[in-house]
Design a protein around this ligand. Structure first.
Ligand code: NAD
Length: 498
């Protein structure tokens, strides 16, 4: 059985711990590899390598750093299919969906290629007589990223291109469920000319995470995952003096107004709910049908839900793959059973789906629930599976109130033909990322990605301008070059400009 090792200082290493965990093929249910579970000693080895690399990498020129990013971007394009297959084989999502996440992650590399522009400081001439002020930003040092299973390529790509391009060195602790994409990316960085020790991968679970959160040699931690772990990471790492960005879970609502094109809305909502088997932080898990929109929406959604083609992620024509683990499959099917017991109407029941030749795979079909109320578990919990709950509301304002009362605040979408309604919605809803007739409004890389409320702990979204701010700290320099003939009268009062 293959063991997936750590990548430290430019090469693979088994590390100090002999512990490993299984990596499954979700389409067959078979264990396909073991992944090394890093210990505190392994994290320490990675920090030592990254600290040494920082001494030279932080002194490299902006040109050298962006040239590595241009080369890395080219390699991501050339190897997109290969990386997509690696992601699909361990996560279960379709190869095309995996290629989509690589494309969206690559956009962050493209943003990092233009760093020379976004990292420019400012200059103020003659703020006082003979005195100028300028500012510039410097890297932090060794920084770390801890990432979830659902986007094994894209979410780390939200972090490391910006961290590295701004002169930091990076340690990635990917999800132990689909760890291979991280090692593949490490190889691409090496081919792109990145010096050893600038990008490192330590695999593992809680022990490796805890070592990162408490290590005195790590300056900042970026985390993306579930809300309870995001809170834990934020509390622990800030208590150890680190800068932290911590993105959590989600429960994203799509609101459909009666004036919307119902066929268009249902098409997009089905794709947003069942794409990647609902295992997206921006997946639509609740459709709020306003007034007369409800019956028509349910009718079209039922048809769309029954049409979803479920199968192995690498089979042509598959629209939705299996869930990531047996536990996830059981949790999602249990949630549908609970919803039924609590009074929801199960319009389409995805439970018990068997795929020919893949009977042991972690499959469940898409499920559509109607007449869900805010008191039901299917509404309150993040199910992270292909389950769409329909909640009925009387008005747009009631829908907005519902969304604002929900503890999560990642993404939301409104389907309407009314500009006035759209403007009211986007101004009043307490959500970080909003789509108007766009179901999964993931911002482009030159904007920042992050939710509100329990979807983002602390105050720092990822990538875009916020990413630059997070991975650097500012210096402000006040300068005077006195003329030899200048008479200086120096007072003891606090300096003011004149
Ligand atoms: P998770 O929280 O279980 O794991 C995330 C990371 O934390 C992994 O690297 C894991 O090894 C580590 N981890 C898990 N348990 C830990 C513990 N007890 N102590 C220390 N570290 C621990 O999340 P997941 O199941 O991999 O991913 C799905 C979750 O991520 C969902 O809640 C989803 O909404 C969220 N997510 C959010 C965003 C966003 O942008 N807000 C993006 C993607 C995923």
């Amino acid at each position: 059985m293959k063991t997936i090792e750590h990548w430290i200082n430019g090469s693979l290493t088994a590390g100090a711990s002999s512990q490993t965990a299984p990596v499954f093929n979700p389409a067959t249910g078979q264990e396909q590899a073991r992944v090394a579970l890093g210990s505190a000693a392994d994290v320490d080895t990675a920090v030592t390598a990254a600290s040494t690399a920082f001494e030279t990498w932080s002194e490299s020129s902006l040109t050298q750093r962006t040239q590595v990013m241009f080369a890395f971007r080219r390699l991501l394009v050339d190897h997109e299919e290969e990386l997509g297959r690696i992601v699909s084989a361990e996560h279960g999502k379709t190869v095309d969906d995996a290629r989509g996440e690589i494309t969206r992650g690559r956009e962050v590399v493209e943003f990092a290629c233009g760093l020379g522009d976004v990292l420019k400081g400012s200059f103020s001439d003659q703020v006082s007589r003979g005195i100028d002020v300028h500012d510039f930003r410097q890297p932090l040092g060794v920084v770390a990223g801890i990432t979830p299973f659902n986007f094994p390529a894209m979410v780390p790509l939200w972090m490391h291109p910006i961290a590295i391009a701004t002169g930091n060195t990076f340690i990635l602790k990917p999800s132990e469920r689909d760890p291979s994409a991280a090692n593949f990316v490490a190889e691409l960085y090496r081919k792109a000319g990145l010096p050893d020790g600038v990008f490192n991968v330590v695999h593992g679970g809680k022990e490796a995470v805890d070592a990162i959160l408490t290590h005195p040699g790590i300056e900042a931690v970026s985390f993306v995952g579930s809300t309870p772990i995001a809170k834990y990471v934020h509390e622990t790492a800030t208590a150890h003096g680190k800068r932290v960005q911590a993105l959590g879970g989600a429960k994203n609502h799509a609101v459909v107004l009666p004036d919307a094109d119902i066929e268009f809305a249902a098409n997009h909502i089905a794709a947003g709910a069942y794409g990647s088997a609902g295992e997206r932080c921006m997946a639509l898990s609740v459709a709020v049908a306003v007034a007369d929109a409800a019956d028509a929406l349910v009718e079209v959604l039922e048809r769309k839900t029954r049409e979803v083609k479920v199968g192995p992620g690498n089979a042509p024509g598959t629209e939705m793959g299996p869930l990531v683990t047996r536990a996830a499959q059981e949790r999602v099917e249990g949630a549908v059973a609970t919803a039924h017991a609590q009074g929801a109407t199960v319009v389409v029941d995805g439970r018990g789906l068997k795929i020919d030749g893949h009977e042991e795979g972690f499959f469940t079909g898409p499920s559509l629930l109607d007449h869900v109320t805010t008191r039901m578990d299917a509404y309150k919990e993040e199910l992270f599976g292909p389950v769409l709950a329909i909640v009925r509301a009387d008005s747009l304002d009631q829908a907005i109130g519902l969304i604002n009362a929900n503890p999560y605040g990642n993404g939301t979408a409104l389907f309407t033909g009314s500009g006035e309604a759209a403007r009211r919605f986007q101004r009043n809803v307490k959500i970080g990322m909003i789509g108007i007739n766009v179901p999964v409004p993931v911002p482009m890389s030159y904007y920042s990605f992050g939710g509100w409320k329990d979807s983002l702990i602390g105050d720092s979204p990822v990538h875009g301008p916020e990413g630059i701010r997070f991975y650097t700290r500012p210096k402000v320099v006040t300068t005077r070059w006195p003329q030899p003939t200048q008479q200086l009268s120096v007072g003891f009062d606090f300096p003011t400009s004149s």
